[in-house]
Unconditional design. Sequence first.
Length: 248
Amino acid sequence: MWPPGGGRFVGMSILPSAQTQPSLLPILPLTGTKTTPKKAPAKTPPVAVVDPALVAFAMRSITHPAPEPSDLPMGVEALSRVTDAERLKANELARQIVSGEGELTPAAYSALRAWSGEGGLGGSTSAFYTPRALVDFMWSLSQALLPAERALEFSCGSGAFIARSPALTHVTGVEIDETSAKIAQQLFPHAAIHHAPFEQYAQQSEDALFPLMIGSSAFRQAHPNHRGGPAPDPAVGAAPGLLTCRRA
């Protein structure tokens, strides 16, 4: 139909229906689809990871039952001649062996047992060799008073008390001297040896209380301002033994 007055539509056209623009609305499904819900995966329990650094910091003692007491001589009792020269020579050999790597031979173990520490040699003012007779007496006394499955040696040295501990005893040793601690661990792998001052072990360790504490005290009173410490004892003697029993 023409517009009134005979005019014409100019610049306009009508698109056919086939050319209409598609809808901008998204095409949505009209019916839902039934799906089976997925089961939640079973929770896997976390794997317990033992961090060696944390175990070392906590000073936790991992021990095994002791074998039968050893009859092999230790310290100066393992030397053919007890002189300062022989002790120094034996100590140096033991120090070299324990600082090395590889599997030890029977001869190497014998050399480690001959370590007598620095007591009386000018290298330490608080180290003593404890003779086997005193060690055996103290162990027999402890067995008579209160047999214990667990024992703490608070200043174990190279392990004189550990060597003679009753069979099946779980022994923990604490030693401030690094070489002595390494030798004790090599000679007695069933024991737990902590290289630390006893004060540090007492404050830091997570070990349960021990029913028995045994050892030969190598402690002396020294003035805190005296850098040199007390004068060394020239004799290779044993300090008075200490035995403490605690009933559970």
